[in-house]
Write a protein that binds this ligand. Structure first.
Ligand SMILES: Cc1ncc(C[n+]2csc(CCOP(=O)(O)OP(=O)(O)O)c2C)c(N)n1
Ligand SMILES: [Mg+2]
Length: 360
């Protein structure tokens, strides 16, 4: 059986462009990005690392609600998002708030979403995205539907979704990919393999040696990418997008990545399920260190520029949390009213009760 597994894994070698030292190891696949675009990518990653640090601090101060840390996953999240167009439809998971922000969700709304406020889930006009999905894998099925809709309307757009290594064990994961595959729907399925589903290591999650090979049974393209290499993730997603809009169907992209922090801020302790050695092994692969080295060698990035990004991020985060604080607290009647078009009997009664309470 081992031999069979190895045979499959061999068909999904890890795609890489920049090695851990920031050197180009795959000249042929080097994307044609301008210096400004390369700097934009770095800016997004640095900004997001700061946003993560500030979000953790705000959570500890009781000023945010649900928060799933993102440090370590910047290349996987933002390299893939960088390959998309504004009109593409994004279906994120709970850890994918950075992609939503770069897709156009204002920061103060991301903070409100964290607090469970309905305003955080209201996308501005022209921002094509769902709120982050909490039900593991459900967004894969929704993505198949969104993508098929695009195809039927003859639109040149794609639907892009994210789940984790744990998500690839869900029925929805297979249903979504199979359905999209059967219709050649323009979907991109990204599985961010950060090696753990809360405390469950990926080795216990599945017998398959790669997650990318799970594309085979759905008859779609699959690729495993070094998820700490922002250029490789960008190129893999860009190529998947090209195929999708050319009618060649969906792609499953497995990104090999790592979350440095805990699963969420709700209290898990990673030292109980991860070793220091594993943590430092992955910290050596850090996506920001690697890309910074590449950009500095090219002469297009400096410490000064990076500090400007850090300062701007801190200022904008401060302003956004203030803006979120200024939004009136969510009323129970709003919570109930936003859930249903027609209220069932029991909720009608509660609605009346809270209307009376809130008007006092
Ligand atoms: C259907 C479902 N089952 C269980 C949960 C509880 N749960 C929340 S996160 C999580 C682990 C997910 O791990 P993974 O898919 O690897 O994503 P990661 O958090 O590592 O990004 C589980 C089991 C859930 N939210 N939904
Ligand atoms: Mg995971």
């Amino acid at each position: 059986m081992k031999r069979t597994n190895e045979k499959y894994a061999e068909q999904f070698p890890t795609f890489q462009i920049l090695n851990e030292e920031g050197e180009v190891v795959n000249e042929e696949k080097m994307p044609k990005l301008s210096d400004d675009e390369l700097k934009d990518l770095m800016t997004r990653m640095v900004y997001t690392r700061i946003l993560d640090q500030r979000s953790i601090a705000l959570n500890r101060q009781g000023r945010l609600g649900f928060y799933a840390p993102t440090a370590g996953q910047e290349a996987s999240q933002l390299g893939s998002h960088f390959a998309l167009e504004k009109d593409d439809y994004l279906l994120p998971g709970y850890r994918d708030v950075p992609q939503l922000i770069w897709h156009g969700l204002p920061l103060y709304k991301a903070f409100l979403w964290s607090r469970g406020h309905f305003v955080g889930g209201q996308m501005p006009e022209g921002v094509h995205a769902m709120v982050p999905q909490i039900i593991i894998g459900a967004q894969y099925v929704q993505t198949a539907g969104v993508a098929l809709g695009m195809k039927k309307r003859g639109e040149k757009r794609v639907a892009v979704t994210y789940t984790g290594d744990g998500g690839t064990s869900q029925g929805d994961f297979y249903e979504g990919m199979n359905f999209a595959g059967a219709f050649d729907a323009p979907a991109i399925f990204i599985a961010q393999n950060n090696r753990f589903a809360i405390s469950t290591p990926v080795e216990k999650q599945t017998k398959a040696e790669t997650l990318a090979q799970k594309a085979v049974a759905a008859g779609i393209e699959g690729i495993q990418v070094d998820g700490m290499d922002v250029l490789a993730v960008y190129v893999a997603t860009k190529e998947a997008r090209e195929r999708a809009i050319n009618g060649e169907g969906p792609t499953l992209i497995e990104t090999l990545t790592y979350r440095y922090g805990p699963h969420t801020m709700a209290g898990d302790d990673p030292t109980r399920y991860r070793t220091k050695d594993l943590d430092s092994e992955w910290e050596q692969k850090d996506p920001l260190v690697r890309f910074r080295k590449f950009l500095e060698d090219k002469g297009v990035w400096s410490e000064e520029e990076e500090n400007e990004v850090i300062e701007r991020a801190k200022e904008e985060i401060k302003a956004a949390i203030k803006e979120a604080d200024g939004i009136p607290k969510q009323k129970v009647t709003e919570l109930i009213g936003n859930m249903y078009e027609t209220l069932p009997q029991n909720l009608q009664e509660q609605m009346e009760e809270y209307k009376a309470k809130e008007s006092k």
